[in-house]
Ligand binder design. Structure first.
Ligand SMILES: [Fe+2]
Ligand SMILES: [Fe+2]
Length: 370
């Protein structure tokens, strides 16, 4: 009988108990002679992978101690498609029977993979029966008929960032390693605790929670939504009287700096928060940085994440003005209308103060309704 090789591919960002359960169930079904786990260098389907390939390789070693962890994709320093892996494996093991197992979220998109017809010839394909939210598992797949835990890596990353309990969802060795390496922003909350006053920290957590809860309706990544929410006021602890000099010292490029410093210096905190997020928290993702920079005044052509943080900042659970709950409810069903309502409310509030009004919100309003 020819040798059986079981390949398990995925991003493993991070690996969790759902992955472990799937592999175990596949092993029980297939009885392989060799098990190879291949952490993808960069999965074509996941744009916001937040651990480095080497880190995902290490986590896979901890999560699957009895399997061979292939460095193939990681070493290549480029995207490697499943068809390339299988061609190579077949060449090295011409008589082997190759089985490939993937999560059902990947299986439903199998026809978009490179050379699906060749993939079907090179291996037998397996996935769990967990019903996918969107799409159908192709008929060519063998189903592992065992209920799998409902865990997603994206959700786990966000939970880790928010300091929530994850021990039931991931292996303790992986969790320990994540904490030790400070992956997925696990140390952000404790750093924020040191620089923000307690009520500002509560507000930031509140904005992060709401942004994360609304992320699927607003079509943004939940981890990015939570991260931008947590950091949006990171510069708020700088005394208002020192904000102008902070901006000058750091040479921050701020439109209308003279007027803003004279009439509404508190607005400078958005630019300072962006600077602190870059410098102290090491944020490089420009979408997150823009969302932080524009959370008070808005900007032209704002993306979904920027708009989400802008809205959540004004109606997070800790806001106790009368319309906040209504705005939250609107934001949960109509992002565009919620953004307009929020902008409208901010302009009305600025007018009611009878002081200088920054032109940005008015310009943004005009750009949206004309
Ligand atoms: Fe703010
Ligand atoms: Fe805020």
């Amino acid at each position: 009988m020819s040798a059986r090789i079981l390949v398990f591919g995925g991003s493993f960002d991070p690996p969790h108990k759902g992955h472990q359960a799937l592999l175990k169930a596949a092993e029980e079904k297939i009885h392989p002679d060799r098990v190879i786990v291949i952490p993808a260098y960069h999965s074509p389907w996941k744009r916001n992978s937040s651990a480095l390939p080497e880190q995902r390789f290490q986590m896979a070693k901890l999560a699957f101690p009895d399997a061979e962890i292939s460095p193939l994709e990681m070493r290549s320093r480029r995207r490697v498609y499943a068809v390339e892996i299988l061609r190579r494996l077949k060449k090295e093991n011409p008589d082997a029977e190759i089985h490939f197992v993937i999560g059902s979220d990947l299986a439903v998109r199998f026809d978009e993979w490179k050379n699906p017809w060749e993939l079907r010839k090179l291996a037998r394909w397996w996935t769990a029966i967990r019903p996918p939210k969107n799409g159908k598992i192709p008929a060519s797949f063998n189903l592992i008929s065992r209920a799998m835990p409902e865990i997603s890596s994206t959700d786990l990353r966000t939970r880790l960032l928010m300091g929530e309990e994850v021990s039931g969802k991931m292996d303790s060795r992986v969790l320990e390693w994540i904490n030790q390496e400070g992956l997925y922003g696990v140390s952000i909350l404790s750093k924020l605790k040191k620089i923000l006053k307690p009520e500002r920290l509560l507000h930031s957590i509140s904005v992060a929670r709401l942004s994360r809860n609304l992320s699927s309706v607003w079509r943004v990544d939940s981890f990015e939504a939570a991260l931008a929410g947590l950091l949006h006021d990171a510069g708020r602890s700088i005394p208002v009287s020192e904000m102008k000099s902070y901006c000058q010292k750091r040479r921050l490029r701020i439109p209308l700096l003279r007027e803003v410093s004279a009439y509404q210096p508190i607005l400078l905190h958005a630019y300072i928060s962006e600077d602190i997020s870059r410098r102290i928290f090491g944020i490089k993702n420009e979408d997150i940085l823009k969302a932080i920079r524009h959370h008070t005044l808005g900007a032209f052509a704002m993306g979904n994440l920027e708009r989400l943080i802008y809205v959540c900042d004004t109606c997070s659970e800790d806001r106790n003005y009368s319309e906040a709950a209504q705005l939250r409810e609107l934001a949960a069903r109509d992002p565009q209308e919620a953004f307009l309502e929020c902008l409208n409310g901010k302009i009305r509030h600025a007018l009611s103060l009878r002081g200088w009004i920054h032109p940005f919100p008015i310009q943004v309003w005009n750009s949206l309704i004309l």
